[in-house]
Design a protein around this ligand. Structure first.
Ligand code: NAD
Length: 488
């Protein structure tokens, strides 16, 4: 049996991983650390030939991986999880360079590994729907073949593993395409996976913006599992139509949190504030619209400002307890800056923040001061759009349950939503009327490997995680045995 030292890897040079070999490319590129603006170590720029090589290796690997018992596939996932832990600090330090303070990077690695271990416990058993003298009828779930995970920049480690684990457990060969803004940890994870899985089962390709379209167009790829923005998700779905690839789309969100008038502010405000500003607003299920009952609105807002003042923002160098990162890249920085300009144009009232910190000269890097907008109109941009930055609107809920449900559902997005109340019956009554894939009561962003995750409306289709997520990596196949009697 291998010891954990067999799984130590070197974190200096970065390669594509094709058929378990480390492959360089003629040209390379470098992502940028958003807190120092220093370049990260160079990574490959894949060519179309690299895509073809990875797809053929995956195709060749698929039949025997499909036929490997799920217990064995799960065991290798567990070995992989242990191997990541053997390199824990190296992974966390590299992830910090990709845009998080060390504390947050360590949290992500730890969370992702636990999630992977939880995934390895899932099983996809045949379902017997008829078992009598005449017939035995079963439903089976069989892997699709070559699958690709296209991953965004905000949780590159967790979201990538969150696709790879279910894909591979279900018996598919998997190609990981990281975001060009955060390719480094993904390449190292797959370099490590190559020491554990058979050749071609887990591969990684890094590249520029043409890489995603090459993958979505490739005729030998059976599924794209995409996490990213809604506009890109629509392009992915359109591109997959010509080969009828299966698609799972995990897209943008505009999560509502509804705060009832009976909450204990001391307990609830810190949790809600964390739910708003976690990863500086760059979580698909961060709270992006807060509806607070008018009876407690003023106290809630004052308390929230107090709490947010204690939040420490920082980057890879901030070891002194910072948990909140800068915005991850220049493109996102410009987008959020443009939204910040709506504060003045629409005459909105920030009760804290409202400034671009980098421009105020306080910190290098893509920082904004965490910003709370006091009761903006329902049709303002900050209520209608997903900022993906540290700015949140708090809206006064005037009226009854119907009115708050109407406001919460008044969006094209439908990823998550939460209700906060001591009265759990009332909270569930409100929650059940909300149009979102994940509903939470007295919590938000609570994710688990055995709970399906997916969006309503333009937040996506299909699911990651849970047995439903595993089924998304499979064909559904019916198997009927006629034991006696005629044909029909
Ligand atoms: P993005 O859509 O810009 O990019 C996501 C990935 O798609 C990247 O790897 C990118 O290289 C690739 N890509 C870009 N164009 C492509 C194309 N034409 N074909 C194929 N691939 C292409 O998203 P982002 O800016 O990295 O991430 C932020 C967005 O992701 C936010 O909207 C956020 O809400 C969403 N998100 C959703 C979830 C979820 O689970 N629903 C989780 C995290 C982030």
């Amino acid at each position: 049996m291998a010891s954990t030292t067999d799984y130590k890897i070197d974190f200096t040079n970065f390669y594509n991983i094709i058929n378990n070999e480390l492959k360089s490319t003629p040209t390379t590129r470098a992502a940028v650390n958003p807190s120092t603006l220093a370049p990260l170590p160079a990574v490959p720029v894949s060519t179309k030939a690299d895509v073809d090589a990875a797809v053929s290796a995956a195709k060749a690997a698929f039949p025997s991986w499909r036929d490997t018992p799920i217990e064995k596939r799960a065991a290798l996932l567990n070995t992989f999880a242990d191997a990541i832990m053997a390199n824990f600090m190296d992974f966390a330090s590299l992830l910090a360079l990709e845009g998080k303070p060390p504390t947050a990077a360590q949290f992500e690695v730890d969370f992702a590994v636990k999630h992977l271990k939880g995934t390895a416990q899932l099983r996809l058993d045949d379902e017997v729907i008829e078992d009598n003298e005449e017939k035995l009828t079963k439903i089976r779930y069989t892997p699709l073949g070559v699958g690709v995970g296209i991953v965004p920049f905000n949780y590159p480690f967790f979201l990538g593993l969150g696709k790879m684990g279910p894909a591979v457990l279900a018996g598919n060969a998997f190609i990981w395409k990281p975001s060009p803004y955060t390719p480094n940890t993904a390449l190292k994870l797959v370099e490590l996976a190559a020491k554990i899985f058979p050749p071609g089962v887990v591969q990684a390709l890094s590249g520029e913006e043409d890489l995603g379209p090459w993958l979505t167009a490739h005729p030998d790829i059976r599924k794209i599992s995409f996490t990213g923005s809604t506009p890109t998700g629509k392009k992915v779905m359109a591109a997959c139509a010509s080969t009828l690839k299966r698609v799972t789309l995990e897209l943008g969100g505009n999560d509502a949190a509804i705060v009832c008038d009976d909450v204990n502010l001391d307990e609830v405000v810190p949790k809600v504030a964390l739910g708003c500003f976690n990863n500086a607003g760059q979580v698909c299920v961060d709270i992006k619209r807060l509806f607070v009952h008018e009876k407690i609105y003023d106290q809630f807002l004052a308390k929230m400002v107090e709490v947010v003042k204690t939040f420490k923002f920082g980057g890879s160098e901030d070891t002194e307890g910072a948990f909140f990162p800068p915005v991850q890249n220049a493109m996102q920085f410009e987008k959020v800056k443009e939204l910040f300009s709506s504060i003045e144009k629409e005459g909105l009232k920030p009760v804290i923040g409202g400034e671009v910190e980098a421009e105020a000269g306080a910190k290098k890097g893509y920082y904004f001061k965490p910003t709370i907008i006091d009761n903006p109109p329902e049709n303002s941009r900050i209520v209608q759009e997903e900022p993906f930055g540290p700015i949140v609107p708090v809206v006064k809920w005037v009226g009854g349950e119907d009115e708050v449900v109407r406001m919460a559902n008044n969006t094209d997005m439908g990823l998550g939503a939460s209700v906060w109340s001591k009265d759990l019956e009332k909270a569930e009554r409100i929650a059940r009327r909300l149009e979102a894939g994940s509903l939470w009561i007295n919590t938000h962003q609570d994710l688990a490997p055995n709970v399906p995750f997916g969006g309503f409306k333009q937040s996506g289709m299909g699911h990651d995680w849970g047995v439903i997520g595993l089924k998304g990596w499979c064909n559904t196949q019916s198997l009927m045995t006629r034991r006696s009697g005629g044909m029909f």
